[in-house]
Ligand binder design. Structure first.
Ligand code: FMN
Length: 202
């Protein structure tokens, strides 16, 4: 039984992408609920709060291709390398992920870590295969409007241009809309849903 349980245990890395270092936002509660559910089910959970990290923005192509990630982001790379499931949580800001989180991905997902150095005219080999992901996004507009009117363009960009490009899949999504308008009962239902997903490591 112990062997069976070990085989079912996932190594989960929760990336909290809300830029507010004070915490206390819905994104923080959703990530906590997911992590709680996962830990209670026996999964190994590591977490990182991007707002608490001190790192510079990437500025040059040569820096991207030739330099290592800043030392403050190496633990994030190690956690991604160890994980078999990533959970990325952020609020929709100006139609996409907050700039701080984009800056984090630009620094962390470098050639040599996330994909091979591309030869001229070819794509680098994906190096993060074998990992699944869940993207959790909160937003002011109804989630259906984001999906159908705005075509979820920034979500698709994260999925296709960033995660799948590195070999990560399958990728699942949880979108929470009208977050400033909903009441406590809806929020409690969302947190319960996150706990359930964490328990299932999905
Ligand atoms: C700078 C900024 C930009 C925002 N842009 C959008 C947007 O483009 N679309 C949207 O639906 N909501 C937008 N919002 C609302 C946020 O998505 C909403 O406040 C957030 O998801 C609430 O989650 P939180 O409690 O975790 O911060 C924006 C909020 C801020 C502060």
């Amino acid at each position: 039984m112990a062997q069976f349980r070990a085989a079912m245990t996932s190594r989960i890395f929760v990336i909290q992408g809300h830029p507010d270092p004070a915490g206390g936002r819905l994104c923080h509660a959703l990530a906590e609920a997911y992590a709680d559910g996962a830990e209670n089910a026996g999964h190994e959970v590591r977490r990182i709060d991007v707002a608490a990290l001190d790192f510079p923005l990437l500025r040059t192509k040569s820096g991207f291709e030739n330099d290592d990630a800043p030392p403050s982001l190496r633990p994030a790379q190690e956690a991604i390398a160890r994980a078999d499931h990533l959970v990325i949580v952020y609020p929709l800001w100006l139609g996409t992920m907050p700039a701080l989180l984009k800056g984090f991905f630009e620094q962390v997902l470098r050639p040599g870590f996330a994909f091979g150095q591309p030869a001229a005219g070819t794509m680098g080999k994906a190096m993060l295969r074998g990992r699944s992901a869940r993207i959790v996004i909160t937003m002011g507009m109804p989630a259906l409007i984001y999906r159908w009117y705005f075509r979820a363009h920034s979500l698709k960009s994260l999925e296709r241009n960033i995660l799948r490009f590195c070999g990560i899949g399958p990728i699942r999504e949880s979108l929470f809309g009208m977050v400033e308008a909903v009441g406590g009962a809806t929020r409690r239902r969302w947190l319960e849903e996150m706990r359930r997903l964490g328990g299932a490591a999905r």
